[in-house]
Design a protein around this ligand. Structure first.
Ligand code: GLU
Length: 309
């Protein structure tokens, strides 16, 4: 049993847990237990304007009612700005990050002018305008260089997802130099998640498949910061009636905690677990959940035992 395993569930407190986020929470918990490891909760409240006051407490109460209790006190990204700034300063000093004053309009104009505007997920790929004109002045936003510079990073990032298999992305071509700190002074999800996963010694990231596309950017940043790359496992999404991913934004219903076993069994079946957890009456009674979920942990181990270590 690998007791060096450290996993995490990293909700953004922008709304309560719903059926989709529970799948990620349960999967990350089961994977940690199946490896005899630690399970942490990190509140991703780095994008303060999108967070709702008190939602962190709501999420922690929901998790506890479902029997999912973190092994360490939750970490809040809103308290970690000095760590993010230190990482950014390090990248700036080594010429790997640069200030950018481009507005959305500037990016549109520059992309149109060089005649090869590239669009991805509704967003223009950043054409690198400010990369060539670093004047040493403080810029508005800060971006990571994604071209090979100072031997940092391979042009194409390849990674083995434990569920999706081999993945690859050329970040420079597909995304461009991406923001680490925004013009409004907030650090971005990409920087915060990489700094925190490293600081918390996370060995395994288990999260929703909608985040899989961020992984190459995060690995690129891990390489630039010289921190280890965890293993990744992206779990299936729960789709709403309209066929779209269930999310807080499209009105996903809050979990019914009057019957935690129903919510948990639905999440387990989305993860391909066939057995119904015996003894779910124990749910919510702290560490006794470990017994209640024993059958799932066994089945998880059988289905998804980590390979390629
Ligand atoms: N905070 C992100 C979300 O709620 C998850 C980030 C992650 O697991 O890497 O979608």
């Amino acid at each position: 049993m690998n007791s060096g395993y450290r996993g995490r569930f990293a909700p953004s407190p922008t709304g309560p847990l719903h059926a989709g986020s529970l799948v990620a929470a349960l999967a990350s918990w089961l994977d940690a237990r199946a490896h005899g490891g630690q399970w942490l909760v990190r509140m991703e409240d780095v994008d303060a304007p999108r967070c709702i006051d008190g939602m962190d407490a709501v999420i922690l109460v929901q998790l506890a009612a479902l029997g999912l209790v973190p092994d360490e006190a939750p970490v809040y990204q809103s308290t970690r700005a000095p760590h993010y700034q230190r990482a950014l300063d390090d990248l700036i000093q080594r010429g790997l990050a640069y200030p950018c004053r481009c507005s959305r309009k500037d990016i549109e104009a520059a992309s149109a002018a060089d005649g090869r505007a590239r669009v991805r997920g509704g967003e223009l790929v950043y054409p690198g305008t400010c990369r060539k004109s670093i004047h040493g002045k403080a810029g508005e936003a800060w971006r990571l260089r994604t071209d090979p510079v100072n031997d940092h990073g391979a042009p194409t990032i390849r990674w083995q997802d434990r569920r999706l298999g081999l993945q690859s992305q050329n970040v420079e071509q597909s995304v461009g130099d991406f923001p680490l700190k925004r013009a409004d002074g907030f650090f971005t999800y990409q920087l915060a998640v990489v700094v925190d996963d490293a600081a918390q010694g996370i060995t395994d990231v288990v999260r929703g498949e909608d985040l899989a596309d961020n992984t190459a950017r995060q690995i690129r940043l891990q390489q630039a910061l010289n921190v280890p790359t965890p293993r990744y496992f992206h779990v299936p999404l729960v789709l709403g009636e309209n066929g779209e991913k269930l999310s807080k934004q499209n009105g996903a219903a809050t979990l019914d905690l009057g019957s935690p076993a129903v919510a948990l069994n639905a999440a387990a079946s989305r993860l391909g677990l066939r057995c119904v957890a015996p003894g779910t009456a124990e749910i919510g009674k702290g560490d006794r959940a470990a017994d209640a979920f024993g059958a799932w942990v066994e089945e998880w181990r059988h289905l998804y035992n980590r390979t390629g270590d």
